[in-house]
Design a protein around this ligand. Structure first.
Ligand code: ADP
Length: 277
């Protein structure tokens, strides 16, 4: 990781160190003579290898939180610590998959070139690059589409390219920002299963931000529910569903319905302005 210019001592790494530690995060937007307190006080951790979903109503501060975690926005107070180091800019161990796949892929490059580009920037040797690109495209079922251009592919396929690119980068933390909001329901279900299977196979830590309650319960080992803005954590809900999940069986479990209702109620409370005691 990069040197720490803030002078805040990094914690020593150990087996119990959280992959991600968000501590007392606060963000106030300043501008045009007024200030907006978007995020008040967010504290949570994500352990190495976890798949955690963040859910909250529109305007709940999800984008603000994500930008702070990705090092794209400075916090007003508090800090984000990734693998023991304070985040002060885009951290090298992180990859992000955004909602707008159409804008995140370069249309003049082939699928293979798009996936390979960050690896070149990371100075991964050529042979290894080839292997990583091949493996990640196979993992998302796009090995046959390597020489196509993004605009020749469906929306769901383009988002799989974006996922392959993130996975090929071998991130320690994979951040996903409403990645399936723009695809149809069937594709969305397939992509959800793809994320679960990649996560199980690769052991990567995933933080998945969504406003979709069912999606958060289906995917996550935990669901962190945000209040409305100025944001705090309303509840950190453990999802005690079996590790092996599939769209039909898991979603028809009584426990799935209970958890879904619980998160739904929390979101309703959040919308009505409820804050934790
Ligand atoms: P979400 O992603 O959950 O919809 P956001 O993080 O976009 O939430 O927004 C949280 C709050 O911060 C909202 O009240 C929004 O109006 C405000 N906000 C977001 N970005 C800015 C900005 N650049 N300047 C001022 N206020 C902002």
């Amino acid at each position: 990781m990069t040197a720490n210019p803030t002078g805040v001592p990094a914690r020593p790494l150990s087996a119990t160190t959280a992959m991600l530690d968000v501590r007392g995060l606060k963000k106030v937007y300043e501008g045009r003579g007024r200030s907006v307190e978007a995020v008040r006080d967010l504290t949570f951790t994500v352990a190495a290898g976890e798949l955690v979903c963040i859910v909250g109503p529109s305007g709940a501060g999800k984008t603000t939180l994500l930008r702070c975690i990705a090092g794209l926005l400075d916090a007003t107070a508090g800090e984000v610590v990734l693998e023991g180091e304070r985040v002060t800019g885009p951290p090298p161990g992180m990859a992000v998959v955004f909602q707008e796949y159409g804008r995140s892929l370069f249309p003049w490059m082939t699928v293979r070139q798009n996936v390979e580009l960050p690896l070149k920037e990371k100075k991964v040797p050529k042979d290894r690059r080839r292997r990583l690109v091949q493996d990640s495209l196979e993992a998302v079922g796009l090995a046959e589409a390597q020489d196509a251009h993004p605009w020749q592919l469906s929306g769901g396929m383009q988002q799989r390219v974006a996922i392959a690119r993130a996975v090929a980068y071998e991130p320690h933390l994979l951040l996903m920002d409403e990645p399936f909001a723009a695809v149809d329901a069937q594709t969305r279900a397939d992509l959800e299963d793809l994320v679960r299977s990649l996560w199980q196979r690769l052991g990567v830590t995933v933080l998945f931000v969504t406003h979709d309650i069912d999606e958060s319960v289906y995917l996550g080992q935990r669901v962190i529910v945000l209040s409305n803005s100025p944001t705090v954590v309303l509840e950190d809900v453990p999802i005690d569903l079996p590790a092996e999940r599939d769209q039909l069986t898991t979603r028809s479990l009584p426990r799935f319905a209970e958890l879904r209702s619980h998160v739904y109620e929390l979101i309703q409370l959040a919308k009505s302005g409820h804050r934790p005691a």
